[in-house]
Design a protein around this ligand. Structure first.
Ligand code: FCB
Length: 479
């Protein structure tokens, strides 16, 4: 992808912008981050249960055992979305609730939970946007090798067929995978995410099997969905800045590993030759079999875009201490950049920052949307995640005044609007997240919600940013 930063002529703090009729304003969550009820109604263990129970993996020893208790509180959470005026809800299905060991018989209680959830959304006029996989792989499949082995992609196809049969009459949009970049490289390369392995070759095998799982799942969902759902996948794009003499080379390498190794097989049916060369010392790519690329290259109705911030890279000089400011939790022992971890470093970027330490750069979102639509002109896009963590405080009257989060959202909605004005076919925007929740390796320490969750009482309080977003969602006009 070619990145062209727009001139920094504005702070992106517009108001009064009118979004196109039918533009979808939603919010997003993921099963392990909100549901809790980890051992209820036949749910099997996932890699995130194992990982979060392993000392030292998650801050403060937090786990998703209870999380936001959404499994029991889903009805009032749906009421909250309706009160806010949200038009869509992006949630994920926990595979281990459906097939506790990842293969074999269906656990009907798990299917019933999501069936009730979908009905509850439709009854409230909210579109169900369902993700099949937001990182909670059944532990039994990891024990059999996980995403680095082909059998996991085969199992995923069967799981997709189960869900297509069960919910494909009512789901509005199917998303196969959320951020396969994280599943592959953080899970198997860097190790900051479950299952926490440090195997660069396995990370690349995981990339391929996740791509293959997507293609097989789209086929299975199409065969089994009796309604007229749309089909999608969500990727976390890396919007890059380059420094120094080798800037273009550093950006090419990271764009390849982060972006093109997904977009090219998914949307063009080929792996980028330069990525295969860059990683030749790590793997020979023999896990790519005849016919795989045709399976992977399924037409999709909408491409999901997750965006939070930019990344700045340069070629490492080989002697100075290497910088690792790629936005991912510092973990020793592995790398998420196989084949380029001794070549490219990630440089500290100018602020301001959110409490994740991520730089706030709304122009990066505009630039990303424009770049994607230039490269894939017929592909409809949807922002499936954007949002910010800040250190919220509860005021004496119980309210949560979070002007920084509303400001972050204003600036990114402005960026999205500018992309639309430049001709990008953007269907909607999902704020991450509806609720404060279990933020993976950071546990409950990072709050992304537009609704506060008190993790002792589990009480919900709509933050000021949530009220602001509700005004936008109800009117389609940036307040
Ligand atoms: C994304 C994840 C999501 C959440 C946000 C902050 O990478 O998809 O679950 O953790 O980051």
């Amino acid at each position: 992808m070619t990145f062209t930063p727009p001139a920094p002529a504005s702070d992106y703090r517009d108001s009064g912008l009118v979004f196109p009729p039918g533009f979808i304003f939603g919010s997003a969550t993921a099963a392990y981050q909100v549901e809790g009820a980890a051992a209820e109604d036949g749910r099997g263990p996932s890699i995130w249960d194992t990982f979060s129970r392993t000392p030292g993996r998650v801050w403060n020893g937090d786990t998703g055992d209870v999380a936001c208790d959404h499994y029991h509180r889903w009805e009032s959470d749906l009421d909250l979305m309706k009160e806010l005026g949200l038009g869509a809800y992006r949630f994920s299905i926990a595979w281990p609730r459906i097939q506790p060991t990842g293969t074999g018989a269906v656990n009907q209680a798990g299917v019933d939970f999501y069936s009730r959830l979908v009905d509850g959304l439709l009854a409230r006029g909210i579109r169900p946007v369902a993700t099949l996989y937001h990182w909670d792989l059944p532990q039994a499949l990891e024990d059999a090798g996980g995403w680095p082995v082909r059998g996991t992609a085969d199992a995923f196809r069967d799981y997709a067929a189960i869900m297509g049969t069960a919910l494909g009459d009512r789901v509005d949009t199917w998303t196969t995978l959320n951020e396969p970049w994280c599943s592959a490289y953080l899970g198997y390369g860097q190790g900051g995410h479950a299952p926490g392995r440090h195997e660069p070759g396995a990370a690349l095998a995981a990339v391929h099997h996740l791509n293959l799982a997507h293609g097989g799942a789209v086929q299975a969902l199409r065969e089994t969905s009796s309604g007229d759902p749309d089909y999608s996948i969500t990727l976390n794009f890396h919007v890059l800045r380059g420094l120094g003499d080798g800037a273009a080379e550093a950006m090419r390498r990271i764009d390849g590993l982060a972006n093109r190794v997904f977009t090219h097989p998914l949307l063009k049916g080929e792996y980028p030759a330069d990525v295969m060369e860059d990683t030749a010392s790590v793997t020979d790519w023999s896990f790519v079999k005849d016919g795989d690329l045709a399976t992977i290259n399924q037409p999709i109705d909408v491409l999901g875009v997750n965006y939070y911030s930019t990344a700045t890279v340069r070629l490492w000089d080989g002697t100075s201490p290497m910088q690792h400011n790629d936005g991912h939790k510092d973990v020793t022992g592995g790398t998420p950049w196989p084949g380029s971890d001794q070549t490219v470093e990630f440089v500290q970027q100018p602020g301001p920052y959110t409490s994740m330490g991520w730089n706030i750069a709304p122009e990066g979102l505009e630039e990303l949307l424009v770049a994607l639509s230039a490269e894939f002109p017929t592909q409809t896009l949807m922002i499936t995640e954007n949002g910010a963590a800040f250190e919220d405080e509860v005021a004496a009257d119980g309210a949560v005044h979070d002007p920084q989060r509303a400001d972050y959202l204003r600036r990114h909605f402005t960026a999205a609007h500018r992309a639309i004005a430049r001709g990008v076919d953007l269907r909607g925007y999902f704020v991450w997240s509806l609720l404060d929740n279990f933020e993976w390796g950071y546990g409950f320490a990072k709050r992304f919600g537009i609704v506060r969750v008190d993790f002792d009482s589990l009480e919900r309080t709509v933050k000021d940013s949530g009220l602001w977003y509700g005004r936008l969602a109800r009117t389609g006009v940036l307040p």
